[in-house]
Design a protein around this ligand. Structure first.
Ligand code: COA
Length: 167
């Protein structure tokens, strides 16, 4: 069993991390992780509506009964699977949990018929961009002033026929 060191020095075995669909009772943990992970936050109601509409592509990572990460993904009518948000509790980053969540979301979107997987990411978010590039996402365009604080986003896309499974 592989054991890795977290950014805060903890060590967790990735094989003990369970990826499962999010449930209503996970909301406080999800909102907590979102609050410490992003400068801009969604109103709480957005999570509830998203869960209602996308119950099988809103996923959480659970470790010893504790939610330590989540991914919100959905299939658009144009068959683009879109990653709306992904975050891992800072204490557990660098263990492959973000990659595992992303991978599971992509697999589920492909099963639903996604031809592309798309997402927006802050141009300054080098860590996330690196992760997405490792998964085969490419920067398609720069969206000027996409975020409320004026920062630009990259719109990144991966054709699902290039998806070869988990990176
Ligand atoms: C982006 C984010 C979700 C990644 O989550 P994560 O769990 O740290 O992701 P991973 O561990 O899978 O990959 C991150 C790094 O850990 C490394 N890693 C992956 N598996 C690993 C393992 N088993 N052991 C050690 N390191 C590992 C990866 O190589 C990667 O390294 P890098 O710095 O060279 O890119 C997380 O940093 C986060 O929540 N950020 C804040 C929110 C955010 O920016 N979300 C994206 C918005 S678009």
């Amino acid at each position: 069993m592989s054991v890795f060191t977290t950014e805060l020095g903890g060590r967790i075995p990735l094989s003990r991390v369970v990826i499962r669909p999010a449930k209503l009772f996970d909301m406080p943990d999800i909102v907590r992780i979102e609050r410490i992970s992003f400068r801009e936050q969604y109103p709480r109601g957005v999570f509830l509506v998203f869960l209602e509409n996308n119950p099988d592509t809103f996923l959480v990572a659970e470790y010893h009964g504790k939610v330590i990460g989540y991914v919100m993904a959905y299939l658009r009518p144009d068959l683009e699977g879109h990653i709306m948000s992904i975050a891992v509790d800072p204490a557990y980053r660098g263990n492959g949990i973000g990659s595992t969540l992303l991978s599971e979301a992509i697999e589920r979107l492909i099963k639903k018929g996604a031809r592309y997987i798309g997402l927006e990411v802050r141009v300054s978010n080098e860590k996330a961009i690196k992760l997405y590039e490792r998964f085969g996402f490419r920067r398609i365009k720069r969206i000027i002033g996409y975020y409320a604080d004026g920062e630009d986003a990259y719109y990144m896309l991966m054709p699902t026929d290039e998806w070869g499974g988990r990176n």
